[in-house]
Design a protein around this ligand. Structure first.
Ligand code: ADP
Length: 548
């Protein structure tokens, strides 16, 4: 900037500080100390208590020797303990690694070791999984057990050497206070995504992005202090799409829910006056269909933000009848969850449900902290026109993008090539600037809101003694959205191997939700260089015309 009178005005500690979502809790505790912050099965916390428990956690972790930039892993359902970790861990400058509770022991072990977890806070309902995973670790993290149980059951006893979370918290000082990180680029969270390679990649979030994503998501759903947010989305999924911080920013109430079942959802909506919830399409479909069947009607509209796939017209219609206002979001782990929103225009309100569904099927426009959304053109560096026709990779740029993948410079470079984040999704841009996803270039299958790496499934298939070749693609599935479909060529001397044998093999060698739902025994179509032509397989799956 040329020298002008403005240039003399600099940043100072009074007018500039690091953005961090931890400050939302400090503010809420200051202005709403007695307002209900968290409702869970075993306790209800007001904002004062929520803040003090988070500080006690930070203090206890510090006494244990956890320092800035070190990883604290958490394997918990949607409970107040996991929410406390979203504040207590970053208060120390430590990094929160919230892990998917549906993973198998080998993947959990990989994550704990790759992320160099110093501590693992785990729910005793996941005891067996933890015990199996840590048994194979060279450096076992300090284990802290959250002693929880499902209704009618008693908590499992803690693993040998594990501390009790509540006793651990009592060691900490609830008036400890905390200091903001010096640099808002400091890591706050580590979230593993199953990419196109077998091993998960760890997306590193920064305090700045977490702050902006929380604000932006709270605005996208018009949250206020009257917001009552029901946790139907796992908090381990991109930190609950940043709503772990966003609901607190608004000063709303978090209603926890460990297991998503329609009756438990309905009871909580009625009892606590829920106003907002989020989830994968399978969760939305299940709740809307079950409520509809039971003739349930909500007294006041509940906003439901769905991400992962576009909401179909039948669900929009049934949702309305039951009392849900559906919001369509798009995002990835690498973008702190939601990065696009299908903004409803005023003149869509009079449309028929089918016409509205067509508009709403589009993933939309960038959220507040996203600067640019574009579609890659045919040649590198070129962008595709907004003609609703030209398909290319969806590119994003803005302030709610990960810092990169932990200890994976190649994947990080690839993800950010040419100054854009490459989503791996294929889309078109409509003339009104709305984006519509058409396909996926990356090799993932999204089943029931969970990512499955097709390569991971292929690796397990290749280990089967009678399998010569295998390729796995996504197959549309009414219940799960997508399901893995395996194309398998058996060895010449293979004898009597059935579809059920292959599926059973997969279920014993990885998390069972990743196993193929269908196995087609066939020759695999190849390119001239011998690469499997997955696009041909995808087409066969879409058309239901499997090569026998
Ligand atoms: P998350 O953890 O938020 O589920 P993932 O990184 O696991 O994110 O999966 C992101 C992928 O999900 C996207 O790259 C895209 O393929 C798909 N996806 C997300 N939202 C939508 C949507 N609204 N419509 C279509 N596909 C979507």
């Amino acid at each position: 900037m040329a020298h002008t009178p403005f240039t003399a005005l600099g940043r100072n500690p009074a007018n500039h500080s690091a953005l961090t979502p931890v400050s939302f809790l400090k503010r809420a505790a200051h202005i709403f100390p007695r307002r209900t912050a968290v409702i869970d099965d075993d306790m209800t916390l007001n904002y004062g208590e929520f803040y003090r428990r988070s500080m006690a956690l930070a203090s206890a972790l510090e006494l244990l020797g956890v320092g800035s930039g070190e990883t604290v892993s958490v394997l918990c359902f949607n409970t107040h303990e996991l929410l406390e970790c979203h504040y207590g861990v970053p208060m120390l400058g430590a990094v929160l690694n919230a892990i998917n509770t549906r993973l198998d022991a080998a993947t959990l072990g990989f994550i704990l070791s790759h992320g160099q977890a110093k501590v693992l806070i785990y729910d005793t309902r996941l005891q067996e999984l933890v015990s199996e995973a840590v048994a194979k670790l060279e450096n076992v993290p300090v284990l802290i057990a959250v002693e929880r149980s499902d209704p009618g059951e008693s908590p499992a006893s803690r693993l040998t050497g594990a501390l009790s979370y509540e006793a651990f918290l009592r060691q900490g000082n609830p008036s400890r206070g905390w200091k903001k990180v010096a640099d808002e680029w400091h890591p706050i969270a580590l979230n593993y995504t199953s990419g196109t390679t077998g091993n998960p990649k760890g997306s590193v979030y920064h305090h700045r992005g977490a702050y902006l994503a929380a604000m932006s998501n709270a605005m996208a759903m018009s949250m206020t202090p009257q917001t009552v947010y029901l946790w139907t989305l796992p908090m381990f999924h991109c930190n609950g799409w940043s709503y772990t911080w966003g609901v607190t920013a608004a000063g709303g109430t978090h209603v926890c829910l460990s297991r998503v079942q329609s009756d438990a959802v309905l009871t909580r909506i009625i009892k606590h006056g829920v106003t907002h919830m989020c989830g994968a399409p399978i969760v939305l479909n299940m709740i809307v269909n079950d409520f509809h069947r039971q003739g349930a009607r909500m007294d006041r509209p509940v906003q439901f933000a769905v991400g992962g796939a576009a909401p179909p017209s039948a669900i929009i219609q049934r949702g309305r009848e039951v009392g849900f206002e559906i919001v369509h979001l798009y995002g990835l782990t690498e973008t702190f969850g939601p990065s696009m929103l299908c903004v409803i225009q005023d003149d869509w309100r009079g449309l028929s449900v089918n016409e509205l569904a067509r508009k709403m099927a589009r993933q939309g426009v960038g959220l507040y902290a996203i600067d640019d959304v574009a579609i890659a053109g045919a040649t590198p560096g070129e962008l595709a026109p907004a003609d609703g026709q030209t398909m290319g990779e969806l590119l994003l740029r803005g302030n709610t993008l990960m810092a990169g993948y932990l200890a994976n410079p190649d994947a990080t470079r690839e993800a950010f090539e040419d100054g854009w984040f490459h989503t791996g999704d294929l889309a078109v841009m409509h003339p009104d600037g709305y984006v519509e996803i058409k396909d996926r270039a990356k090799d993932i299958i999204i089943s029931g809101g969970e990512n499955i790496s097709s390569q991971e499934v292929e690796e397990v298939l290749y280990r089967h003694p009678q399998v010569l070749e295998a390729a796995v693609v996504a197959m549309p599935d009414e219940k799960w959205g997508e399901a893995p479909c395996a194309f398998v060529t058996l060895k010449q001397d293979a004898d009597g191997v059935s579809e059920a044998d292959i599926i059973a093999w997969c279920k014993t060698h990885m998390a069972s939700y990743k196993a193929p739902r269908k196995v087609v025994f066939a020759e695999l179509p190849k390119t001239s260089t011998g690469k499997v032509r997955k696009n041909v397989l995808r087409e066969q799956v879409r058309e239901g015309s499997f090569t026998k």
